[in-house]
Design a protein around this ligand. Structure first.
Ligand SMILES: Nc1ncnc2c1ncn2[C@@H]1O[C@H](COP(=O)(O)OP(=O)(O)O)[C@@H](O)[C@H]1O
Ligand SMILES: [Mg+2]
Length: 224
């Protein structure tokens, strides 16, 4: 049986009087590809940021967030940053690559934060970029690459520390349909080869339907 990688119970978040998440319960298994759909403002990004430990829920007595058997509530900020760096990868709608750095340098940054020696980080980054079909783009800066290429560099950056969970927030929202298709196929290929878990917020109908499980968010809750 697959192991549980994320166990979330009664995840709530309010900004002043605005209740953005109203008690989300969610269990995600290793190797699952989950899509999250829902109208703008439903709370998808907020949920993803909390599951990805970039943001904190409002901890109530019944709130629980356990990732890879680690209870997130018990980590101080420094331990949390270390935990995130090792266990979690992020892919955003806008690639958020650093414009002054090459593809290779962008991909290496999380590995450097992880204290991986430079030669080892670069070797791994080159292998990843090669795997993602970017061998000829290694020394290019983001603005000399296509949108699809930039997003694949962002995927490589998300994967460099070999996290077992990847969160993606509208990763193909800014891509033409062919590049989007390629990116989606890549997620499934990575899952099939490395058993990584993907949690993907998307407005892309095909991707949402291809997922193992599609969750629909309405007004701060998951339907069903
Ligand atoms: N930092 C914040 N401060 C105040 N309100 C916020 C903040 N972040 C998100 N919200 C509000 O929370 C609601 C849900 O936002 P979000 O999670 O981004 O939804 P989605 O990704 O589904 O479009 C929106 O009404 C948004 O305006
Ligand atoms: Mg959003």
């Amino acid at each position: 049986m697959s192991k549980t990688v994320i166990s979330a119970k009664q995840i709530k978040k309010a900004y002043k009087d605005l209740e953005v998440l109203k008690g989300v319960d969610l269990t995600i298994l290793e190797g699952e590809i989950i899509s999250i759909v829902g109208a703008s403002g439903a709370g998808k990004t907020t949920l993803l940021q909390i599951l990805g430990t970039l943001d904190k829920p409002d901890y109530k007595t019944d709130t629980e967030l356990v990732i890879n058997t680690q209870s997130i509530k018990n980590l101080n900020d420094k331990s949390l940053a270390k935990f995130r760096n090792k266990n979690i990868g992020f892919i955003f709608q806008f690639h958020q690559l650093l414009p002054e750095f090459t593809a290779l340098e962008n991909v290496c940054i999380p590995a450097f934060i992880h204290n991986t020696p430079k030669a080892e980080a670069e070797k791994c980054a080159i292998e990843l970029l090669d795997y993602l079909g970017l061998k000829d783009r290694i020394h290019h800066k983001p603005n000399s690459m296509s949108g699809g290429e930039q997003q694949r560099v962002a995927v490589a950056r998300a994967l460099i520390n070999n996290p077992n969970i990847i969160f993606a927030d509208e990763p193909s929202g800014n891509l033409d349909s062919e590049s989007a298709d390629q990116l989606h196929k890549l997620f499934f290929k990575l899952r099939d080869e490395f058993n990584q878990t993907f949690v993907i917020v998307t407005h892309n109908h095909d991707l949402a339907e291809m997922a193992d499980r599609k969750l629909t968010m309405v007004d701060g809750k998951i339907l069903g």
